[in-house]
Write a protein that binds this ligand. Structure first.
Ligand code: SAH
Ligand code: SF4
Length: 344
């Protein structure tokens, strides 16, 4: 065995190949092991029946299989499930599974906490602990498939944290989800949601796997956006729009724009007009999210129905394609922006 400690989910397919080569084993053992882990969700080396007994022994003695430990599962009235996990160092994170018409979407975390402190987000209010490793990102997904005994159809990086501040690990995890010899999940079924990290959006435009991009906009001008999302001071709208246009040109992909409607903060029809002008030429698809209240900001409330309606009417008039998202999992604090990684 090569010197060092290894952890199965931290290894890419080529890492496995190098390991097996060093063991004098053929390269295809790498895809065999990855099939067990990523496809069959078999995490016990001793049950990998197409490997020799000695090889199984060697693997279990030398390669750890760290998985997130489930501390709690909550089930919402609408079938949404929320999981609280504990990681090796005791860090706690959450992930969510949403069900829609027989399809499952996993909303997974990329960081323990988040350093960006958007004023409307519960994750942001609780501070930042650290980036997740690729194995910790994949572990959430694989454990949820295992626990539910069913395949998950879509993955969205909309749990805790800013995925484009943990780019290497997030991209590495996505490569393994997408690889035919690993989880074989289609690129169109993977979405990164970002608060607008410009260098990360540039990298995503050049990423070899054409995954989808969601941009959390929430305000169409720098003054208001910087108040709601301090990250806007580092990457103001002009630079952000430049990166989004470049992404659109390079990939041909339509970008989804997330816009949470907060009562009397960003929900007047004027903001709809300003949003349309800002995004002119980008052909965006807008997801309107009814704001989910968080304990630390009782002053921020969900927009009144009449205001939501007026905002929608303005977008319709402007011929902007949009969807008003149904709220999901709010009864168990599993909706957008409500994840905290704590027992409360
Ligand atoms: N950090 C990334 C991804 C995680 S947040 C991002 O900001 O995009 C996932 C989504 O939830 C984002 O669109 C975010 O803006 C939104 N969100 C955060 N807090 C929210 C809240 N209280 N109500 C509604 N949406 C919220
Ligand atoms: Fe971080 Fe996204 Fe929450 Fe902002 S909305 S604090 S970027 S997780």
């Amino acid at each position: 065995m090569i010197e060092g400690t290894y952890d199965a989910l931290e290894l890419t397919l080529s890492d496995w190949e190098i390991l097996f080569e060093a063991l004098g084993e053929p390269k295809f053992r790498a895809s065999q092991v990855c099939q067990w882990i990523y496809s069959k969700k078999e995490f016990n080396y001793h049950s990998m029946s197409n490997l020799s007994k000695t090889l199984r022994e060697k693997l279990s003695n030398n390669i750890l299989m760290s998985l997130p430990i489930m501390l709690r599962q909550q089930v919402s009235k609408d079938g949404t499930k929320k999981y609280l996990w504990s990681l090796n160092d005791g860090a706690k994170i959450e992930s969510v599974i949403l069900n829609h018409g027989g399809h499952k979407t996993a909303c997974i975390s990329s960081q323990a906490g988040c350093p960006l402190g958007c004023i409307f987000c519960r994750t942001g209010a609780n501070g930042f602990k650290r980036n997740l490793t690729r194995g910790e990102i994949l572990g959430q997904f694989l454990m949820m498939e295992k626990i539910n005994g069913a395949d998950i159809n879509n993955v969205v990086f909309m749990g805790m944290g800013e995925p484009l501040l943990n780019e290497d690990n997030v991209f590495s995890a996505i490569r393994s989800l997408n690889d035919k010899r690993m989880r074989n999940l289609g690129a169109r079924h993977i979405t990164i949601s970002t608060s607008g990290i410009v260098p990360g959006i540039k990298d995503l435009a050049d990423f070899e796997i054409p995954i989808r991009l969601s941009l959390s906009l929430h305000a169409p001008n720098d003054e208001l956006r910087s108040k709601l999302m301090p990250v806007n001071k580092n990457y103001p709208l002009q630079s952000l729009l430049y990166a989004l246009r470049r992404y659109r040109e390079r990939t041909g992909e339509r970008i989804t724009i997330e816009y949470a409607l907060i009562d009397r903060v960003n929900d007047s029809p004027e903001y709809a007009y300003e949003t349309a002008a800002l995004l002119d030429g980008l052909e965006p698809y807008i997801n309107l999210i009814p704001f989910n209240p968080i304990p630390s900001r009782p002053d921020l409330q969900r927009s009144e129905q009449s205001r939501i309606k007026a905002f929608c009417n303005a977008l319709t008039e402007l011929k902007i394609e949009f969807e008003l998202r149904k709220e999901r999992g709010t009864d168990i604090m599993a909706a957008c922006g409500q994840l905290a990684g704590s027992q409360q």
